[in-house]
Design a protein around this ligand. Sequence first.
Ligand code: DAH
Length: 341
Amino acid sequence: MLAQAEQSYKEALSQLEGAESTAVLEAWYRDTLGRKGNIYLLTRQVGQVDPAERPAFGKRINEIKTALESAYEERLATLRTAELEAELAGSAIDVTLPGRRSWHGRLHPATQTLRQIYRIWGDMGFQIYRSRDVETDHYNFELLNIPQHHPARDMWDTFHTVTPGVILRTHTSPGQIHAMHDYCPEPIRVILPGMCYRYEQITARSEIQFHQVEGLAVGRNITFTDLKGTLTAFARRMFGADRAVRFRANYFPFTEPSAEMDVECILCNGSGCQVCKYSGWLEILGCGMVHPNVLRNGGYDPAVYSGFAFGMGPERIAMLKYGIDDIRYFWGNDLRFLAQF
Ligand code: DAH
């Protein structure tokens, strides 16, 4: 019996050393020291041993059991460490690798320009007033002093809807009438940004949709001097403090007198280049004193109230500022263009 125990002990030890994984080791434990393991079973057989040999056998079998238990613990610790190390080595992070670049979204150049315009007018006390892109002929033209068949309608090629008299606004100017209807008889200081639509051939210089930012100030004693001073202040903030501006007489049906404002070319500083067509000046916006008919259509008595209005194109301003030579880039959704801003 003792010889058998020694033999089992030897075998168990060599199997233990041969166990190369914790899974194999667990199986070894089950077969050796577990409830049906051979060594465990031997400890249960002490009673069958010859009484004279019993104490010696009992002592020895306990020693074997304890030795195997501690050999098992030691082997388990070794294998666990080895397995953990292997796992870590397999999924190691190389901290010297350059990180993955994350892509940042950015604002569209038209939006950036719009926001810059909002900020400047906001600082001067102008609120944003929005009106809808779908307009009636009445608001888009007639109330702005442009009757049916008036030759000035040629300035705005129009998208018509299937509903007679309902069109896509060709400019933000109809917002002036909406604002006046809302505010009358209070004084007004608003800008009216929004998308406009024109039935045009799309070329490098003209698009069928583009933004405008309209402005309107109405009150008592508003003069052309206020118009010039306010627009000059805007141009200085938008294009630089020393940038010269000039006003040229022009014609718009909804303002009288009407003008256009130029700024000294921001690319060549007035010395003449391709963008300013060697004139040294860039045309930035149209403006004028609100026509008495328009004031009346808005509900204001032109004998008491006066006002000025202006309209500018942020895409045009962005084109001049960044030297963009084709307006089609704006709605072309080409990331190679958009990622530059
Ligand atoms: N609505 C004009 C256009 O689309 C721009 C404009 C000119 C607006 C003069 C104004 C203005 O308010 O006073 O061409």
